[in-house]
Design a protein around this ligand. Structure first.
Ligand code: SF4
Ligand code: SF4
Length: 390
């Protein structure tokens, strides 16, 4: 494992994301704890020292799991990052905050209440890194609400040593807002976590966002480096081009090596959901081996061929609140594949099972209001249903 600098610390270039841990088949977000623990143990024994979680990952179970999984290791042997879930909150009266419509059943709380709960769930006295979760055009009003004073409260916690380094994450945000936010809060944040990969470099203007963060003198933590697995499973024609150059390398390794070209990137998070993935990723980060200029040009070509795909990252934020219990990210993956001719036009929802049938969508919109990629999910469901009826 090689290491980089961030906020004066030596952080592993590969970080463990805890949003896509192995799940128990058929039990939605439930973590397969035995398999997940094996992954964490492998990570710890191979030099990964950065562990990222959030309040809502795995329906709230991720924080509980990582607290338990890391408990046996000395506290100073790992850095733990979690996030304040303002992006999915609504302000109520007298400092009370509730959760948005897609998350019915989550009890109301307060800003301090959420933070205390997180420390408790993670079984720690402090977070090494703590982030506002998904600052964007929709959530900024909540994060900057003068009465709730979320940022002020977190700075207070930092003074008390319960947060060591403060940052924020953003999935889809305009570079302009990112710049304004950083300017308005100059000196408050020490790092920014963004969605960054060779497809989003152009698709979501991650290039400009990276430059904005660098301009403010901050380091970047990367999320969605493989775009939720999308860049690990390229269309056959694109994969063939990569294989012609490096026959033994997976598509995921290409994506991670592309990220190694960016000097301001400190940690590349990967939400590893299988043992094989962590073994391969650890190997990829054994030493820096960034793509060459020719390889970079080839990846740009690959990205250009995918610009029309629906940009779902399979984060599964949307699945929890779907009243029809649809496997939304899997349906979108099938839609992309059918629409782009990857599987011909072969998709028979009657054989795929109820959870995979877009025709069952009732258009309630609970999913779209929570999607960090701003995908018009009900429209996709409707279009896919029409395609299937043709
Ligand atoms: S709009 Fe359709 S896919 Fe979205 S939550 Fe409602 S039923 Fe589920
Ligand atoms: S549709 Fe949006 S919320 Fe749902 S998995 Fe994809 S990116 Fe995540």
């Amino acid at each position: 494992m090689y290491y980089k600098e961030m906020a004066g610390l030596k952080v592993s270039a590969l970080g463990m994301g805890n949003m896509r841990l192995p799940r128990i088949e058929g039990e939605n977000e439930k973590i397969d704890r035995e398999k997940a623990q094996e992954i964490i143990d492998y990570a710890m024994s191979h030099g990964i020292n950065y562990y990222d979680t959030a309040y809502r990952y795995h329906g709230g179970e991720s924080e509980l799991f990582i607290g338990e999984a890391l408990k046996k290791y000395p506290r100073e042997s790992f850095y733990l990052a979690s996030k304040f879930p303002g992006h999915m909150m609504v302000k109520k009266e007298n400092g009370v905050v509730g959760f948005t419509s897609g998350l019915t059943g989550w009890p109301d709380s307060t800003v301090p209440g959420v933070f205390e709960e997180q420390l408790k769930k993670c079984q720690v006295e402090y977070f090494d890194f703590y982030l506002l979760h998904n600052m964007n055009e929709n959530s900024i009003a909540m994060f900057e609400d003068p009465e709730l004073d979320i940022i002020g409260y977190l700075q207070e916690q930092k003074k008390l040593g319960r947060i060591r380094h403060l940052g924020f994450s953003s999935h889809v945000v305009s570079p302009q807002l990112l710049d304004e936010f950083l300017t308005r809060h100059e000196g408050v944040f020490e790092f920014v976590q963004i969605q960054l990969n060779y497809l989003d470099w152009k698709l979501q203007d991650a290039k400009t966002k990276y430059e904005v963060i660098a301009k403010h003198g901050l380091k970047v933590v990367v999320m969605e480096g493989i775009r939720g697995g999308r860049l690990a499973n390229l269309p056959d024609a694109e994969m063939a081009k990569l294989r012609a150059l490096r026959p033994d390398d997976s598509a995921a390794r290409w994506a991670l090596r592309w990220l190694q070209t960016l000097p301001e990137v400190s940690v590349v998070l990967s939400g590893m959901s299988s043992f094989d993935q962590i073994v391969e990723n650890v190997e990829t980060f054994e030493a820096p081996n960034p793509v060459s200029e020719d390889e970079k040009a080839l990846l740009t070509e690959v990205a250009d061929s995918m610009l029309s795909w629906v940009p779902c990252t399979a984060c599964r934020y949307c699945t929890e609140g779907c009243p029809m219990e649809l496997e939304i990210p899997k349906i979108i993956a099938a839609y992309n594949a059918v629409k782009n001719g990857e599987r011909g036009r072969k998709y028979n929802p009657d054989q795929e099972g109820e959870a995979m049938d877009p025709r069952r969508c009732i258009g309630c919109g609970a999913c779209a209001s929570i999607c960090p990629q701003n995908i018009a999910i009900p429209d996709i469901m409707s279009e896919f249903s029409e395609m299937l009826s043709e």
